[in-house]
Every structure is written in C-alpha cells, then in structure tokens.
Design a protein. Structure first.
Length: 424
C-alpha cells in the first residue's frame, strides 16, 4: 500500500515545511522528486492542512472491561482518532482491574478486537487497585503495560509506595501516580476549597491533598531511583515541588490537563460538567501551571479523558461523578486559547503532545522518515464551536461546550490506515 500525502505543511523538527510525504507499507518516506500521483494507491490532498505527528495521551479512561455503559474501547479510540491521537495509555480503574497477567489479558483482548489506534494499558500498583495492601507482580506484567498506576486512588502508605517503586524499578518500568490523600479531604469534598466552595456551602478539596503525596513520593523516588510520573498536576505547590526535584536530578516527569490551563474556580457553574478530580483551583494555580509548562517543569499535556453516563453527570457539583471528557477537544482548545493568544509557542504545545510523552513512555511512531506513520492533519484556518453532540465518545460532559475553536482535525493516519476522516 502506497499513500501520497500531497500539498501539506509538514511539522518536522519544530518547523512547518511545505512538502509531500509517502506512506509505503505503513512507514514514512520523503520523495526526492515530485512523486507521480498515478504511482500511488491512494492520494490525500492536504492543501491548507498542517500535518503533525499523531498525538500521544498517557492518561485516558476507556472503561472496558467493566463499565461499557460509560465508554468502550471502540468508542474511546474513535474519539481519540477524531482528536488527532494515534496512541493512548489506558488507566486501570476497571472491572476486573489489571492487577494480574490474567486480568490484564482480558483488557488486552478487547483492545486487539476493538481499538482503532494503539492502546497501551497500565497495570495496577496494588492488588484490586485499592491503594493499600499487596503490591502487584510488576515483573510479570511490565512488558505488556505503559507503566503502573492506581489512578483514581492514591497509594495511602509510605511503605507500600516504597515497595512498589522498588519492584517497578527492578522491572524497568514507571510509576504513574494519582496523588491524593483522602484523609485531608472532608466528607463530600467536591470542588476546590476556595471562594466558590465557601460561598455555595460545598465541602472543598484542599490543594494539600495533592501536593503532600507528591512531596512524599518525590522523596521515595529519589531514594529508590524509580522513574516516577505525576498525573494531573493542578496546583502551584505541586509545580514547585516537581521543579525543585528536577533540579536535584530526581527521575520525575509530570502532566497537566487542558482544563487546568484554561480554567480556574472562577469559571465554575453548578453543573456536573465542571466537576473533575483534582478540581479546578485558584487563578494563581492556573498561572503557575502555565509557567511550569513554559519553563519545562510540566512535561506533557494529558487529557484525563473520563467519560460517564448522562445520568452520572446530571447531579450538579455536589453529587455528579468526577471526570470530564477531553480527547476530542484538547488540541483545538490549546491552540486557540494559548498559541493564538501568544501565551505558548506552537513548538512547545506540539512537543508536549507528541515528543515528550513518546520519549518518557517509550512510544514509537511519528512523522519522521522511516518511522511508522502516525500523522494527524489539522485545518488551522477554521472556526467552529465545541458541540458535545458531535463527539464520537459516549461521554458528553465538557466544561468547554460552546467555546469557539480555530482548529479542526481533518484526518488521522496510523500506518496505512485512515482511522479518522480522509477525504482526499
């Protein structure tokens, strides 16, 4: 199979270059001369489009096995392709959770059957993904997973995390930590412990419940030498702790999400689509996150795509399920509200959505010559409003409904396969 991508602007090594690409048997090549259209099995006209490496998201919830009423691997990966993603790492809060090779195999079987893009599952840190008790047999699962996480729960005690880090280090893998100390959160904690919570009488989630576990884990990562990744950073104290750890050469990376960079507690409305964990925090936290993005403290953007049913998200801030969707809107939002406004260079955004996650999580593929083709084509000269009714995800709860964006995915290519779009 030979595909000609013609007349596009290709993003390579931080620059946009007008050029054609050939995808030959799933790999990228650059024609030395004008390649005759008639020699291609398929031609995709990319005039007016920018071709980026396929995006990589190291934090998504695909809900299978166990919760297919929220999302399936089929719908979630189609949504990811619609957003320009060619590889995602799936979190382990499933039923059964992937805490043994046998349980992991159940998830892998669905991935092989239904996924339209590449999916790497996480294995659990603890048995039952409980955050306490027995650490999983990481050596038995390491070759099949992106890393180990109990996302949705923090690992509660220091001895358990130390043992997990030692096992993970010896298995040549990585811990991706959901950092949350539930003992610091009041019953019914739903949003950030700030002015909105106080004025509306809603129990608040303090920033300390995030940064305190990060502080502990950074010390343990330094002690054990385990590669350590911090999920969904949301507050200024977390950014500073990670910045200082990097200066000490601790092997740590971290992610934040589009909603934390573009919103804060001032934007809250009493609707479930504004409820996520960790919550939207203060304006000062939002500004510290952007500073961390620009100075390299925050390594990558991850959506924490967390679909729920309409019923689960229809109970306001107090009672709705935690989590919002975002994999179909991440790049359009960040491009429109950070790049176009001059707050972030395009090169930094693309790096955080492609190179950085691929390097840290050892993910191959891209747009360079010889690589497996993982390419997304975006129209950056358009205007449309975010409409959840058009999402391919089963989840529709987004705080960005109605926002105007100036970027639209036109197709996504994985190897020889158009996994989204592709009119040429």
């Amino acid at each position: 199979m030979r595909t000609l991508l013609q007349n596009g602007l290709v993003w390579r090594r931080g620059q946009l270059t007008p050029m054609d690409l050939i995808i030959q048997d799933g790999r990228v090549s650059v024609p030395k001369n004008n390649f005759p259209r008639e020699n291609a099995d398929r031609v995709l006209n990319c005039k007016g489009l920018v071709l980026f490496p396929g995006f990589a998201d190291v934090h998504v919830h695909l809900r299978e096995p166990g919760f297919s009423y929220k999302e399936t691997i089929a719908t979630g990966t189609k949504a990811a392709a619609h957003g320009g993603y060619t590889v995602v790492c799936a979190m382990p809060n499933l039923n059964p959770p992937p805490d043994t090779p046998e349980h992991l195999a159940e998830e892998e079987a669905i991935i092989r059957r239904d996924s339209v893009i590449r999916v790497l599952p996480y294995g659990c840190i603890t048995m039952g993904q409980k955050g306490v008790g027995q650490v999983t047999d990481m050596a038995a699962m390491a070759a099949h997973v992106a890393g180990f996480s109990d996302d949705g729960r923090g690992v509660r005690d220091e001895d358990t995390m130390r043992e997990a880090m030692c096992r993970c280090r010896d298995a040549h893998s990585l811990i991706a930590a959901h950092c949350e100390d539930m003992s610091l959160i009041p019953a019914g904690g739903a949003i950030h412990a700030g002015t909105y919570a106080a004025s509306h009488g809603i129990p608040g989630i303090p920033s300390e419940s995030e940064w305190k576990p990060i502080e502990r884990d950074l010390r343990l990562a330094e002690e054990t030498g385990c590669p350590y990744h911090v999920c969904h950073v949301s507050c200024k104290e977390s950014v500073q702790l990670i910045r200082e750890a990097k200066r000490r050469h601790v092997d740590v990376t971290c992610e934040t999400g589009p909603h934390y960079l573009l919103m804060c507690q001032d934007d809250l409305q009493d609707e479930g689509r504004f409820k996520m964990n960790p919550p939207l925090r203060n304006k000062a936290d939002q500004e510290a996150l952007l500073e961390g993005v620009l100075d390299g403290t925050i390594d990558m953007i991850a959506t924490d795509h967390a679909p729920h049913s309409v019923e689960e998200k229809s109970k306001g801030l107090r009672s709705s399920a935690m989590g919002v969707v975002g994999i179909e809107t991440a790049f359009p939002l960040l491009y429109t509200y950070l790049v176009e406004t001059g707050k972030m260079p395009l090169d930094r955004l693309v790096t955080m959505m492609t190179d950085a996650p691929r390097k840290r999580f050892r993910l191959d593929g891209g747009i360079e010559e010889g690589q497996q083709a993982e390419i997304t084509a975006y129209d950056l000269h358009t205007a449309e409003k975010i409409d959840p009714a058009k999402f391919l995800s089963m989840g529709k709860a987004t705080p960005f409904a109605g926002w105007e964006v100036h970027a639209a995915c036109r197709f996504t290519l994985l190897g020889d396969t158009l996994v989204y779009g592709g009119e040429g």
